[in-house]
Design a binder for this molecule. Structure first.
Ligand SMILES: [Zn+2]
Length: 113
């Protein structure tokens, strides 16, 4: 199994890249909406742009949330609490950490909350 730090660093890079792409897309959509005469609220194109913006916004927020989870997991690696369940203090199984490297709780505690 790869070291958790490597896995987390790789995931961090991927998430940052995804966020950069989303931010670029977002800037393009905003620029496009400024170019077109989107001041007409009944303009169907304006509605599409608004929808696209909210979709991109949601995805970017998801990526940002994930990034903070990764950072928190890396911080736990640094202080030696990584892989220890926040709920019951027992070690989180390797299988779970492999599937979800940012997991803070074991599967039992995670399914309760
Ligand atoms: Zn637990």
């Amino acid at each position: 199994m790869a070291q958790p730090r490597e896995v987390l660093e790789r995931e961090r890079q991927e998430t940052l890249r995804r966020l950069a792409t989303l931010t670029d897309d977002f800037a393009e959509v905003v620029a496009a909406s400024r170019d077109s005469n989107a001041d007409d609220e009944h303009d169907p194109e304006g509605a599409t742009i608004a929808f696209e913006r909210s979709q991109l916004d949601a995805l970017a927020n998801q990526a940002r949330d994930h990034l903070s989870e990764i950072d928190a997991a890396i911080a736990r690696l640094d202080d030696g609490t990584y892989g220890v369940c926040e709920g019951c203090g027992q070690p989180i199984s390797d299988a779970r950490l492999k599937a979800r490297p940012v997991a803070r709780a074991c599967i039992t505690c995670a399914s309760v909350s």
